[in-house]
Design a protein around this ligand. Sequence first.
Ligand code: GLN
Length: 280
Amino acid sequence: MSQYGDRGNLLTLIQRCRWRGIKTEVQELNLGDPVDGDRADIFLIGGGADSHQRLISDDLVHVKGPGIREAVRQGAAGIAVCAGYQLLGHYYHAADGTHLPGLGIFDAHTVHHAAEVGAKLDSITQAGRVRAVGDLVVGWRGGTLVGFENHGGRTYLNPGAQPLGRVIVGAGNNATDGWEGCVQGNLIGTYLHGPLLPKNPHLVDHLIATAIRRRYNEAAIPSLGDEMEWRAHARAAERAAARRRRRPYALAAGVDRSRRALRRLLISRSRQAATTGQPR
Ligand code: GLN
């Protein structure tokens, strides 16, 4: 799946290997294709709408599941984004009540917020009320990961599960416990779209170094300049912080409240400018 631009993660991974003279072989997995758990060094699964998840979940569990489990057991690295993350947990309970069993690699489960609050998604406005959408900044290994999130699902980690990091800006797993993502072995689940990897060079290199270490027992990989990547990273983090100042991150009705408040503020400012002639 890659309905939210997550294919950019693959392109970034290939390019950062190429810049280091590391050859890559990409196997695109379609419905019916099994996973060779012995061969996979890094795997990526992206996001998708509930309808896409319904299409692929049975194949993911029964055709690809054994190979993915074996790859994770052997220490393969991977990034599962949003819908992919949800389906690698125990289950995903979709907005319309469909129950999609997952692989159970992440000790977590996900319920769409519409199903949690009994909301019918019969309009874009209503759908927007139950989605976590916006910049997402996460504390990771003493630094940050940046991206955006766009999900209705709320993911809950079981006590033994290891989160990816603390939410700094955004909703993350469920907008309540302050955690984002989940880590199992060298597999990372996250709501960070963007695509995630271009603005997080340290995460890409973590995946590459993990794969190299596992396969060739090499310690480190040569670093790259990354001046542009880090500028983009910092800009994304600043933008997220500014948005949070303007509109404290809120979900559901809260978003509407802040939109109405913002509209009142803009109207009063334009009236003031009209009377005093002074733009504010
Ligand atoms: N359909 C899932 C949700 O709404 C995943 C969305 C996504 O992959 N961005 O939570």
